[in-house]
Design a binder for this molecule. Structure first.
Ligand code: SF4
Length: 185
């Protein structure tokens, strides 16, 4: 039996934006959200099944902030490393950004992954990305910016946008990011 398991957890298929590469942006996609009690039970079952890392990912998890906070608390209680993948739509002012980052950290979030790409930034101001990163840094929450790219020339202006001191990791377009093995240590 694999004693070191990690899963991607799609709490809903809903997103507030439409990235061209994502199934969550498909108009034909049924918009659904998991029942919270059921989701809590699944996370507990995952702990029993030796899952050590859960990445809450597409759709946009933080459309359901209160629910995700509860699920993070279940992860924390069960010793599960947790990550939230977000487009950063919520990071509109420094104060509300700090409040949300603080709430996530208190709930037990281990890492915030903030998505950045030519697709995402058609809908979300890049200053939101900076704000989410800076708030995470200030409040001591592990984080990184995930630069989603297909390595085309269209991405050149985005690649040249560096934020001093902020870790950026390039990834290929995909909808369900997976926790790298080193993240769940
Ligand atoms: S990639 Fe993320 S932000 Fe973009 S549509 Fe899909 S879930 Fe939403």
């Amino acid at each position: 039996m694999n004693s070191f398991r990690k899963i991607a957890f799609g709490y809903s298929t809903q997103c507030n934006i439409k990235c061209g590469h994502c199934v969550a942006a498909d108009d034909d996609q049924k918009k659904a959200k998991m029942d919270l009690a059921r989701a809590r039970a699944i996370v507990s079952e995952m702990a029993s099944a030796h899952v050590k890392g859960i990445s809450f990912t597409a759709g946009e998890p933080l459309l359901f902030l209160n629910d995700i906070v509860e699920l993070l608390e279940v992860c924390k209680k069960n010793g599960i490393y947790s990550r939230v993948v977000t487009n950063g739509f919520w990071a509109e002012t420094p104060r509300c950004t700090d409040d949300i980052v603080s709430e996530l950290k208190t709930a037990g979030l281990a890492q915030l992954r903030i998505s950045y790409s030519r697709w995402h930034q058609k809908h979300v101001d890049r200053e939101n990305i900076v704000s989410a990163a800076q708030s995470s840094k200030k409040l001591g929450l592990d984080y990184f910016i995930s630069f989603v790219t297909d390595f085309s020339k269209q991405d050149a202006p985005h690649e040249q946008y560096h934020i001093p001191g902020v870790p950026v990791i390039s990834t290929a377009p995909r909808c369900l990011p997976i926790i790298p093995p080193t993240d769940a240590t």
